[in-house]
Every structure is written in C-alpha cells, then in structure tokens.
Design a protein around this ligand. Structure first.
Ligand SMILES: Cc1cc2nc3c(=O)[nH]c(=O)nc-3n(C[C@H](O)[C@H](O)[C@H](O)COP(=O)(O)OP(=O)(O)OC[C@H]3O[C@@H](n4cnc5c(N)ncnc54)[C@H](O)[C@@H]3O)c2cc1C
Length: 439
C-alpha cells in the first residue's frame, strides 16, 4: 500500500515554513491525525520564515528546466490560493550587482535579458527613477542591474506562515510546542531494521506515526545524519523604524536587490519598519563535533558589527538619509544549503517511513503555498519522477563537500567568501535594545 490510511497518525517535525505547508496540504488531502511538533508556537523565532518579508522570484530562473518550471508554476498558482493571496505583492524587482564578476553572473547566469522583459539600469538616475521621487537618493557607485515590473515581487512572510497554520489548525491539524514539541530523537522500530516509528520529545513523550516527516530546516542535522547534504548557513537582518510619511512614500515599491550588498522592500504595515537583508555567501558556525567539522546553528537577535557596517554602506549607496538611523531590531537567520541548492524532498532509502522536506537553500520561502504538496506526494510515494530524481536523498553529491563553496553567491565587499561566526568575538556584535554600558 503506498498511501497511509487517512486516519493514521502522521508526525511533522518542525512548524516552520515547510512543515506548516506540508500540514496544510496533508489536511486538505483528508488526513485527520496530523501532529506538528516544534519547540515554539507559530511563528517560531528560529524559523527562517519568521521574517516580515521575502523575495518572490518566479520568472526567469537561471536554469529554466522542467524542475524549476514545475516549481514556479505550482508557486504561482499557490499564491492565488485565498490562504496566501493577501500576502502576495507582485511589485516587480530590481536585481543589481557591483563587482564585474557579479554583474556578469546576473546577466549571463541570472537569465536577465531585455528579451525576457528586463530593463537594463546603468546610471544612478536610472536606478532612482525606478521608485517615487525621494526614496532612492544615493549615488549607486558601480551599480549595474535590471528591472522587471512583473513576475517578481515580495511576500509578507510571517503573515503567510501564520495564515497557513491557522487554516491547517482549522482543518484539524494539532500543533504542539514547548518541551512537548521539542523533538530530541527519532524513534526507530524494534522489529524492522532502520524503520522510523515516530519521535521522542523533550518532555519524554513518544509520538508514534505511520509516517514521520522531517521539516526541521537548519536543525535537521541534530536529529538525523544528513551525510553532509545540508550546510546550515545564516544571513543577517536589520530593521529601521520609518516615519508615517516614509511608509506612505514606500508603498508598493519594487524589491531592490544587489546580490553582493543586500535587499529591501516596503516597510511592514504594522510596525512601520524597513527590513534590510545583508546579502553575501553567508555565515557558517564551524565547530568540531564527533571528529567532524559541523556548522552549528544558534539563535541570536543581534548581528555582527561588520554586518551592520555593510548594511549602512548599502543604505549610503541607495538611501543615504537612512544610513545613520539606529536599528530597531536585528537577528541572524538560518537556512540550509544542499550542494546543488536543489531541495531535498523524498523518502529516506534506509529509514522506512521517514520522509524528508529540507534544504531550502536560501530560496525556499517563495514556495510556501506549494512545497507541502510535493512533500505530501513524496509521503504518498507519488512524487513526479523528475522531481523525485532532482530532490532525492543524494549523499554521493556531498562526498568531500567544499564547505567554503560560494554556491552562486557574491560578496561581502568583493571578498567572495563564506564567513565564520567563530571569527566574531564577543564585542563584535551589535547591542540593539541592550544596556550599552553593560560590562
Ligand atoms: C535571511 C534569510 C533570507 C531569506 N530570504 C528569502 C527570500 O527572499 N525568498 C525566499 O524564497 N527564501 C528566502 N530565504 C529562504 C527561506 O526562508 C527558507 O528556505 C525557508 O524558510 C526554509 O523553510 P524550512 O521549513 O526548511 O525551515 P524553517 O522555516 O527554519 O523551519 C524549521 C522549523 O524547525 C523547528 N525546529 C528546530 N529544531 C526542532 C526540534 N528539535 N524539534 C521540532 N522542531 C524543531 C524550528 O523551530 C522551525 O520552526 C531566506 C532565508 C534567510 C535565512
């Protein structure tokens, strides 16, 4: 039998972006006994999706092939679903770069050409003219880029996660948080080699499931040997408080994304904060564990001061009047890269009844409306064979993995390297909201 009975217990580990999407799709397929376990209630403060907004890149994928086209089509249709549609803003996007290498990449590797509807931007004035007067006032030194008015934009991330979780709960999904939701280990069968029967949580409870679906994002490695297929990698976010006049001026802006500087979109409507993401090849946190080098995620609502400096440089180049405004919030945010940055979705070949939904690789949020349908297909053993092949458990691709690989990313400051949080000393972090005089 390929599909479990609709009333059989299903455990989802992680109520983040993909776990919630999976719960929603399974509930819509009629499963009636779904439990989603997470140390935190939705939205988890450590979920990569717990963020005011994310870029939605749906058109002109660098490799327009069956897999990327199928994913993009499913996402487009998913954003029209009433659960997600209010959070979708097709405002267009500007993709830019500064160094010669990154400029070549966005043009040759990024699929951005005039034939695809992208408008080239070369001068500071051309960049400024993409937004209402008074928003972009910077000199854009060395910037070259492309602007597309449709087929891209942004989504209100936290709100779409919360909306999906509300709908899943309405359809009967049980969300469990706290110690009772913190999964400490997978529970294996005594009578069948390697088969997974459920999970144990920090309160000592065992939750049995006919299928266990691992959607723990960057934390997946703490529960399963991922055979080097996931590299937990973090990026840094900073918020700036905007005035009510600025919020009005910034409404419906296209996304401005320099692939080696950072990006922003309109301020969030509730707190009136502008979020800037400091874009670069990412930070890892390298430690030796069990004789192996591991990037170990940790939570922090501060960012390295070197990252603050880069965010302010980005602002000086684009909106200099904001460059010295204090940050109201900042945090590090973890995702997990596979070696080819394709998702890892499928059943585990050695652990029967374990399903994987991990490997967002920095672009997994845009798929929140639809990725759960692919994970549900994998659970029901009916995932489209071409997707199953692309997303399969593939440790052979991670043998001798180059942990410093840039994976098509650039920066910071032209150095083109993955950074290491171990290089940031205690005083090298911002102190937003903390008593600055503390010792
Ligand atoms: C700074 C940043 C910017 C990004 N920008 C974009 C963008 O613009 N566009 C885009 O499409 N994508 C973007 N992404 C990528 C996207 O956010 C991720 O690919 C996506 O959110 C991954 O979803 P996930 O469910 O795998 O992980 P998460 O959303 O992180 O969920 C993992 C969940 O597992 C839970 N968990 C952890 N440990 C346990 C445990 N022991 N037991 C139970 N649960 C546990 C966590 O609490 C969390 O809720 C960005 C990522 C980052 C970090």
């Amino acid at each position: 039998m390929s599909e479990p009975a609709k009333n059989s217990p299903i455990i989802i580990v992680g109520a983040g972006t993909w776990g919630i999407s999976t719960a929603l799709h399974l509930a819509r397929r009629g499963y009636t006994a779904i439990k989603v376990l997470d140390p935190y209630p939705v939205p988890s403060p450590i979920s990569a999706g717990n963020d005011v907004n994310k870029i939605l890149e749906l058109a002109d994928s660098p490799e327009t092939n069956y897999v990327s086209t199928t994913l993009a089509k499913a996402a487009v249709s998913g954003w029209n679903d009433p659960v997600f549609q209010p959070y979708f803003h097709e405002t267009g996007a500007i993709i830019a770069a500064t160094s010669v290498g990154a400029r070549e990449y966005i043009t040759s590797g990024g699929g951005m050409t005039a034939a695809n509807g992208w408008i080239p931007l070369s001068t500071a004035q051309e960049f400024r003219d993409t937004m209402p007067e008074g928003v972009l006032t910077g000199d854009f030194p060395g910037w070259k880029g492309w602007w597309k008015k449709d087929g891209a934009g942004w989504v209100a991330a936290r709100k779409s996660m919360e909306s999906a979780a509300r709908e899943a709960a309405r359809l009967g999904v049980t969300f469990i948080s706290g110690l009772a939701g913190r999964v400490t280990e997978l529970v294996y069968a005594e009578d069948e080699d390697g088969a997974v029967r459920g999970v144990r949580t920090a309160d000592g409870h065992v939750h049995m499931g006919v299928k266990t679906i691992l959607c723990a994002g960057a934390a997946a490695e703490s529960l399963l040997d991922m055979k080097d297929q996931l590299r937990p990698t973090a990026w840094t976010l900073a918020h700036i408080k905007m005035t009510p006049e600025e919020v009005k001026l910034y409404k419906d802006l296209p996304v401005l994304f320099n692939v080696e500087r950072g990006f922003f979109m309109e301020p969030d409507e509730d707190k009136h904060e502008l979020k800037i993401c400091d874009e670069h090849p990412g930070y890892c946190n390298w430690v030796m564990e069990g004789g192996k080098l591991r990037s170990k995620p940790f939570a922090k609502e501060q960012i390295p001061i070197e990252s603050e400096r880069r965010v302010r440089q980005f602002l000086r180049e684009t909106m200099p009047y904001l460059a010295n405004r204090p940050f109201s919030f900042a945090r590090i945010c973890w995702c997990a890269d596979t070696p080819d940055r394709k998702f890892l979705i499928g059943t585990h070949p050695e652990h029967k009844d374990l399903v994987l939904g991990v490997g967002g690789s920095g672009h997994g949020f845009a798929h929140i409306p639809s990725v759960g349908s692919f994970i549900a297909d994998a659970m029901e053993m009916k995932l489209d064979p071409k997707l199953a092949e692309a997303f399969r458990w593939r440790p052979a691709t991670a043998v001798g993995r180059d942990w410093g690989a840039l994976q098509d990313r650039y920066g910071p400051d032209g150095s083109n390297r993955v950074m290491n949080f171990q290089d940031i000393n205690e005083d090298g972090w911002t102190t937003i909201g903390l008593d600055q005089t503390r010792v």
